[in-house]
Design a protein around this ligand. Structure first.
Ligand SMILES: NC(=O)c1ccc[n+]([C@@H]2O[C@H](COP(=O)([O-])OP(=O)(O)OC[C@H]3O[C@@H](n4cnc5c(N)ncnc54)[C@H](OP(=O)(O)O)[C@@H]3O)[C@@H](O)[C@H]2O)c1
Length: 283
């Protein structure tokens, strides 16, 4: 049985992609939107749920993902992203469950881009530090898979709270939006879900970059989205920094995905990803 912890932007997509394939995913999240309510910082609740569910596979997509919040409230970021991950690792060890952990391009410093799985990590903000610590904890389990993703975009529903959905709504309403020209590897959530499905099917283990096939910035992503969706691209204003940001950002944290491609997994370019989203919205 597959147990997903974290019913956020990516978690919801994984549930729907797996459902289309006839695979039920039992979910838990802090708000208990679907099946169970769970705070990963509460080890006793985790043990209690694992006793009940005894999952074969655990997908951990829960965490504090807001980079500025992690910088401002480092204790909370540590509690959830590090100690919460430690709790999940411990129960997976005790119950012999495989753990799939989602990490980030922000484990890198951003000086060179096209980072491979062999490159040394060098986080420059607190969020990145917590993801590195999370990865190290997960690596203690022999039966683990780590998927490093980058800026996620995709479509679940019109209620999405993601950066991408917010921007698309503004552009649709003919309102301008600022977007940074910092480069990473925008990643379609559907591709992450499909890749995880295949990696589980083939029993992959270890660390993989599971990201979009071309590096670009949020600015480039939104300009391309305007072309695909017929919005006015002059509404997208290119900026190099957002006033008020306290956390440093890697300037180019794009991910090399050769390893996963050599394993036969296809990841979309931004252009392909946007066209897929358009088809989903028009359905
Ligand atoms: N989004 C990106 O662009 C991006 C880029 C690189 C890597 N990642 C990684 O990908 C993974 C999924 O990201 P996402 O975009 O789906 O994030 P998300 O939408 O913020 O989802 C994270 C979920 O974790 C929940 N959560 C927070 N604290 C929790 C706790 N103590 N116990 C249980 N659940 C808790 C959140 O609930 P609330 O919303 O109610 O707080 C939220 O539902 C994360 O590991 C993230 O680090 C994301």
């Amino acid at each position: 049985m597959i147990f997903l912890i974290g019913e956020g932007f990516l978690g919801q997509k994984i549930v729907s992609v797996f459902k289309e394939k006839g695979i039920k995913v039992v979910t838990a999240g802090i708000q208990g939107k679907e099946n169970y309510s769970l705070d990963i910082t509460d080890e006793q609740s985790l043990i209690y749920l694992f006793k009940d569910l005894n999952p074969d596979i655990v997908l951990l997509s829960a965490g504090i993902t807001n980079v500025e919040l992690c910088e401002a409230d480092q204790q909370k970021a540590l509690d959830v992203n590090v100690e919460g991950t430690r709790n999940v690792v411990d129960v997976c060890h005790a119950f012999d469950s495989k753990l799939v952990f989602f990490s980030s391009d922000y484990v890198f410093g951003g000086n060179k881009g096209s980072y491979t799985e062999k490159d040394e990590v060098n986080p420059i903000n607190f969020y990145g530090q917590t993801k590195v610590q999370g990865e190290k904890l997960v690596m203690n389990l022999s039966n683990h898979l780590i998927a490093r993703v980058s800026t996620l975009y995709g479509f679940n529903s019109n209620e999405d709270k993601s950066f991408f959905s917010f921007a698309m709504q503004k552009l649709k309403n003919n309102e301008s939006i600022e977007a940074v020209n910092i480069v990473n590897s925008p990643t379609l959530t559907d591709d992450v879900a499909e890749a995880v499905f295949l990696m589980l099917e083939k029993d992959f283990l270890g660390l993989f970059h599971v990201a979009g096939s071309n590096g670009c910035s949020k600015y480039d992503l939104l300009v391309k989205a305007c072309k695909v969706f017929g919005f006015d691209s002059s509404l997208v204003k290119e900026v190099s920094w957002v006033p008020g940001w306290k956390a440093k950002r890697p300037l180019n944290s794009s991910l090399d995905i050769t390893k996963i491609q050599l394993h036969g997994i296809k990841m979309s370019s931004v252009e392909e990803g946007l066209i897929k989203i358009k088809k989903q919205i028009n359905k």
